[in-house]
Design a protein around this ligand. Structure first.
Ligand SMILES: [Fe+2]
Ligand SMILES: [Fe+2]
Length: 293
């Protein structure tokens, strides 16, 4: 079994400082295989904000797959914005804005969707999709293929569809051909999990898209601060939400959704009564049937 802790939209520069310690503790306690941070590490791409973000990342377990978000590109410093948009990100966070993690059960590829020309929207381009093809297509179906972007490939019903990453349809065709399983994103400050089949209608393919809410920002769009713990063991994925409880000063387990992969329909949500019968073995030997007392 593999476990990903998925954080997003940290927004150092506009955080609730009370959350930082408990968040680092909760992530360490989860003992993840991998920590993913899907962008917006800072509020205004200032050096001291990147320094704080760096300090926080250093408190979390490794390995990590971290990608930039639109807030990590300077907004007002026009020269930096266009000439060296991710200069400070590269200096403080990572030279590699599209990192990859690979092991025997999963491959996780980061894609930079932040752009200088648009203030908040993002996009993927053909070079990035070609690189995803190269990184993901070579693996067999049993290996879980995960893509990390800041801007999402889908949004919950009723949300502003302009927030969907630009050229998503072009990218999804390649992702479907390579059997992408899980698309992790942030940006909306809303946590959500769904199937891509409803929007993209690519025969025989349905990936899961999972958005993490904001882990530490004070701009929660009505939601409490949260992050996701994702357990992966082919053919199941479980997405568990941990939500900040200010009275207790902890990130507590809120709810979990379980999905199963089938060759005909791709990833499908399991009804609660079926999901309840599946437990993920933390010891790493995979799924164990749940035997009621
Ligand atoms: Fe954000
Ligand atoms: Fe964003």
């Amino acid at each position: 079994m593999k476990k990903i802790v998925h954080l997003s939209d940290l927004h150092f520069g506009r955080i609730d400082p009370a959350l930082v310690g408990p968040l680092a503790e909760a992530v360490n306690e989860a003992r993840p295989t991998l920590v993913v941070v899907s962008g917006d590490l800072t509020q205004r791409a200032r050096s001291h904000q990147f320094e704080e973000a760096r300090e926080f990342l250093d408190r979390l377990p490794r390995p990590q797959v971290v990608v930039p978000g639109n807030h990590d590109v300077p907004l007002y410093d026009v020269l930096s914005r266009f000439a060296r948009p991710l200069d400070k990100y590269r200096r403080h966070i990572s030279e590699d804005v599209e990192p990859v993690y690979e092991d025997e059960e999963m491959v996780v590829a980061g894609v930079n969707t932040a752009r200088s020309l648009t203030r908040k929207y993002g996009r993927v381009n053909e070079r990035q999709v070609a690189s995803l093809r190269e990184r993901l297509c070579k693996y067999p179906d049993e290996v879980l293929k995960v893509v990390v972007t800041h801007h999402p490939f889908d949004v919950p019903a009723g949300a502003d569809e302009r927030e969907i990453v630009g050229r998503a349809q072009m990218a999804m065709e390649t992702l479907a051909a390579c059997g992408a399983d899980l698309l992790l994103a942030g940006h909306m400050h809303v946590s959500h999990a769904g199937r891509t089949a409803e929007r993209y209608r690519i025969k025989g393919h349905s990936a899961l898209f999972v958005q993490a809410g904001t882990a530490t920002s004070t701009r929660g769009r009505g939601e409490a601060n949260s992050f996701n713990v994702i357990r992966l063991k082919h053919p199941h994925i479980q997405v568990e939400r941990r939500v900040w409880k200010p009275e207790a000063g902890v990130f507590a387990r809120a709810n979990a959704e379980t999905f199963r992969h089938t060759s005909e329909e791709g990833w499908e949500r399991l009804p609660e009564e079926v999901a309840a019968g599946i437990t993920f073995d933390e010891g790493g030997t995979g799924l164990q049937p749940h035997v009621p007392d």
